[in-house]
Every structure is written in structure tokens, then in C-alpha cells.
Design a protein around this ligand. Structure first.
Ligand code: GDP
Ligand code: MG
Length: 208
């Protein structure tokens, strides 16, 4: 039985993909149920949000890391990948490690609670370049991420049907080629956003 009243098990999830595909909006939609419309605010460096979901009667905490896809932030992302070998506290480049802080202040989180992690890889269905870059992202992931990382491919902005340039089938085909699950989402309408995170939480919980 868990000694922590807040959750039974915790995992790190990281959002990846080109700039402007909707990573921050997908995270805000999942966390707050709202759409960050209007102005595009470039994420600087890496930030995270926590959310607890229920999987098979267990409280699963997802610590979701939002990243900037810009080339100039690549080194930051790499540093995270390299240290994401299962031990969150080994991340020295990032401030505000909740795991360390909670260990010290509450003593209720075991490091081993951070058993594995997942990557949500996003492209924008209205942007061919963001879709074409998915292969490069996957190459990078295979180079830097831990081997048993849970990966999911998301085609975002399905509400923009009129401007769609990447067919659903193309996303499905690419996902199948790499053996990863696939969903189309919209941070604007919220379609499939919660489902995607729940699918990842379920997979992480089952593998743990
Ligand atoms: P990031 O760089 O990947 O974090 O992208 P953002 O989350 O900042 O989103 C980039 C732009 O796309 C912003 O103007 C958002 O309002 C917009 N956006 C994000 N998700 C969606 C979506 O699902 N539908 C629509 N129509 N716009 C979106
Ligand atoms: Mg962002």
C-alpha cells in the first residue's frame, strides 16, 4: 500500500514536437480543461504540470513536461533525455524537482515511484513540415531516451479541417511503421486529449 495520500504511483511524461504544433495548448487543455487561444507564446526551456488520473482504482500521478521544440533548446531537451533513465533526481540541469522536494518535506514519495516515463510526440495536421520532422524526432528519441519509454504519436489541431494537409491515414501509417499508438487531437475542442493521456497512464501503470 502506498504511504502517500496524494497518489499511488507517479510517472514522467514529456511533450515533444516542432514549435507551434500545440504542445503547451494540449497540456493546458488536459490540466485545466481550457484552450489557450489567441497569441502564440513560445515556451522557454522546460516547464511541467502535475495531474493525477485514476487507472484501475489506482491514483496515477503524471508529471507532464512541456518542452520548446526550437533548435536552440535542443541541448536542454537532450540533457533531460540523458538523465531520464528512471531517476528524476538525477536531473541537475532542471530546477524545481518536485520529487526531491516532496521526499524532503513529506517523505511520502519513493524515488522508485518514478518508474518509467512516456513521450507524447506531436505534429500539426495543418503543417507538413511538422509531420515530416516526426521521423527526426523519433530518431532522436531512440538515440537519447531510455529503451522502454512509452511513446505515443498525436496529430493535433483536428478542428482545422479546412486547412488539413496530413490525412489521418498518413499519421496512422507512420505510427504503425514505428510501432507506436496514434490519435488525432484538438487542444481547441479538447477532442481525444484526455483519452491520449489516459492511454499513456494506463500503459505506464500496466508496465510498472
Ligand atoms: P507549442 O509550441 O507546440 O507549445 O504550440 P502552442 O501550444 O503554443 O500552440 C501554437 C499555436 O497553435 C497557438 O496559436 C495555439 O493557439 C494554436 N493551437 C494549439 N493547439 C491547437 C488546436 O488544437 N487547434 C487550433 N485551431 N489551434 C491550436
Ligand atoms: Mg509551447
Amino acid at each position: 500500500a502506498s504511504v502517500c495520500q496524494y497518489f499511488d504511483i507517479a510517472f514522467k511524461v514529456m511533450l515533444l514536437g516542432d514549435s507551434a504544433v500545440g504542445k503547451t495548448c494540449v497540456l493546458v487543455r488536459f490540466k485545466d480543461g481550457a484552450f489557450l487561444g489567441g497569441n502564440f507564446i513560445a515556451t522557454v526551456g522546460i516547464d511541467f504540470r502535475n495531474k493525477v488520473v485514476t487507472v484501475d482504482n489506482a491514483k496515477v500521478k503524471l508529471q507532464i513536461w512541456d518542452t520548446a521544440g526550437q533548435e536552440r533548446f535542443r541541448s536542454v531537451t537532450h540533457a533531460y533525455y540523458r538523465d531520464a533513465q528512471g531517476n528524476l533526481c538525477s536531473i541537475k540541469t532542471l530546477p524545481g524537482c518536485v520529487c526531491c522536494r516532496m521526499l524532503r518535506t513529506r517523505g511520502c514519495v519513493r524515488l522508485s515511484a518514478f518508474l518509467s516515463s512516456a513521450l507524447l510526440l506531436l505534429y500539426d495536421i495543418t503543417s507538413k513540415s511538422s509531420f515530416d520532422n516526426i521521423r527526426a524526432w523519433l530518431t532522436e528519441i531512440h538515440e537519447y531516451a531510455q529503451k522502454d519509454v512509452v511513446i505515443m504519436l498525436l496529430g493535433n489541431k483536428t478542428d482545422m479541417a479546412g486547412e488539413r494537409v496530413i490525412k489521418r491515414e498518413e499519421g496512422e501509417k507512420l505510427a504503425k511503421e514505428y510501432g507506436v499508438p496514434f490519435m488525432e487531437t484538438s487542444a481547441k475542442t479538447g477532442v481525444n486529449v484526455e483519452l491520449a493521456f489516459l492511454a499513456v497512464a494506463k500503459e505506464l501503470k500496466h508496465r510498472a
